[in-house]
Design a protein around this ligand. Structure first.
Ligand SMILES: Cc1cc2nc3c(=O)[nH]c(=O)nc-3n(C[C@H](O)[C@H](O)[C@H](O)COP(=O)(O)OP(=O)(O)OC[C@H]3O[C@@H](n4cnc5c(N)ncnc54)[C@H](O)[C@@H]3O)c2cc1C
Length: 292
């Protein structure tokens, strides 16, 4: 399939990109790694009249930096660079692990964290991880910039809180709480590598070894990645025994009507959601204990 004809521009700065985006926001798309947008254009699920290729912004927007005990990540950082950046490995190993688990080498070399988050694919890995890490996403428009909590960002099928005039520029990952561990448990589609179900969990222990706080982000199950609030609530103040983690994980798909497709029925997805949540929680607790 061929996409519809479109105009192609390569803006040289963020300012120029924002200006061009604002000129016709409904008919313009920015192009990052192109691994989601171009297939959608070929299938004519997206038919923008104008593409703004962000390749010249890599100098400004492809980076990983230590910031306030956590990380600042440029939106054009590829999965490959996330997976191998020393500061990501040291400060947020779960992010490096999840980036290594995306698709295949080609996808990881081209695909960007900003493209993944802005696209809002219901089976993408990064949204679940950003939810568990409580990341803040910075968007710029000609009107200025704003930060959006990951918990407010993913709103529906391929729908996020980004306005058509906004460019996602930076992802801020806060420093983890004391005695915290995190894990990402993914059941991969064997062909594409996308998550049939992916669960990111961050667990912090108190000085007595009980769970002080937990955040759980889930992808692949709903029409958008979500925080499993019932699991999180069930864990607070609890001794993290295998039984307690399993009991909490049983709530992972509460209030969700799981997606159904050729890869997994709704029942199988619900089952996988529980199993992967339990796995992610167990490993997060082990890692938290190692930090205590
Ligand atoms: C074979 C294959 C396997 C894959 N496997 C996985 C997988 O296992 N896990 C996974 O999570 N993903 C997977 N993907 C998707 C891949 O990760 C994409 O790269 C990613 O979803 C989109 O990133 P991108 O940089 O390619 O964005 P693009 O395709 O360039 O853009 C996607 C959308 O986001 C918008 N956009 C991009 N950057 C910005 C920005 N900075 N600000 C505002 N809007 C922006 C674009 O306008 C477009 O609408 C796979 C893709 C393929 C082709």
């Amino acid at each position: 399939m061929f996409p519809r004809a479109f105009d192609y521009h390569v803006p040289a700065t963020i300012g120029e990109t924002l200006e061009q985006l604002a000129a016709d926001p409904e008919e313009t798309k920015v192009l990052a790694g192109g691994h989601s947008l171009l297939p959608m254009m070929k299938l004519r699920l997206a038919s923008p009249r104008r593409l703004l290729d962000l390749r010249k912004l890599r100098g400004e927007l492809a980076y990983t930096r230590a910031a306030n005990g956590g990380l600042a990540l440029g939106a054009l950082t590829t999965y490959h660079d996330l997976a191998r950046a020393p500061e990501v490995g040291q400060r947020c190993p779960v992010l490096a692990e999840a980036a290594s688990a995306v698709g295949d080498l080609q996808v990881r070399n081209r695909g960007t964290i900003g493209g993944s988050l802005a696209h809002g694919d219901p089976a993408a890995d990064m949204p679940a991880v950003m939810l568990a890490l409580d990341a803040q996403l910075e968007a710029q428009s000609p009107q200025g910039s704003r930060r959006i909590a990951a918990a407010d960002f993913f709103q529906g099928l391929y729908t996020t809180a980004l306005a058509p005039t906004e460019l996602l520029t930076t992802i801020y990952v806060p420093a983890p709480p004391a005695r915290a561990g995190a894990s990402y448990a993914k059941f991969r589609n064997p062909a594409s590598g996308y998550a049939v179900v992916g669960v990111a969990a961050l667990v912090a222990l108190d000085t007595a070894g009980k769970i002080a706080m937990a955040r759980v982000g889930i992808t692949g199950v709903n029409d958008h990645a979500y925080r499993a609030a019932a699991v999180e609530q069930a864990l607070v103040g609890v001794e993290p025994t295998p039984e307690a983690l399993a009991a909490a994980a049983a709530h992972a798909a509460d209030g969700v009507d799981p997606l159904e497709d050729v890869y997994a029925s709704a029942d199988f997805r619900r089952h996988l959601t529980r199993v992967q949540t339990e796995r992610a929680l167990r490993q997060a607790v082990e890692r938290a204990r190692a930090m205590a």
